[in-house]
Each structure stands twice: as C-alpha cells, then as structure tokens.
Ligand binder design. Structure first.
Ligand code: FES
Length: 74
C-alpha cells in the first residue's frame, strides 16, 4: 500500500484564525442549515471562517496545494 506523504514542516496549519483559543472548534446544527449548499473552509485562509470565501484558490496557486471546502448539502 502507498503511504501518505507526511508534512515535514512544523509550521502551524492555521495562520490567523482565533489564535487566542487553545483549539478552534465549530459546531453546525444540520437541521439549521439555511441554504441548499453551504461551503465550509478547510484551508484555514478564509476571511469568513468557518465558511469558505474562496481564499483557497489563492492559497493553492501560491503554494501548489490542492485544498478546497467541505460542502454540506441540505
Ligand atoms: Fe478555505 Fe475555501 S477559503 S476552503
């Protein structure tokens, strides 16, 4: 089996979101989703975290990464 490549950097994944918290946790009540489709950020670069604002596009272009949002469908 092919093993996943392990990151060799110790840099934080999260550069700026809620850095005063020990751990960033967000809860979504599935029954309260208002739109048919909601995009949640997984790149930690969104200005509207935990929602995706498209910042992953710039991050991917700058770094060669391939991250994108989690889509929740109602
Ligand atoms: Fe982070 Fe889209 S802005 S996944």
């Amino acid at each position: 089996a092919e093993s996943a490549e392990v990151a060799t950097t110790s840099a934080p994944i999260n550069p700026s979101i809620k850095k005063d918290s020990d751990k960033v946790v967000d809860t979504v009540l599935a029954g309260e989703l208002s739109k048919p489709l909601t995009a949640y950020c997984r790149c930690w670069r969104s200005g509207t975290f935990p929602l995706c604002d498209g910042s992953h596009v710039k991050h991917n272009k700058a770094t060669g990464d391939n991250v994108g949002p989690l889509l929740l469908k109602k």
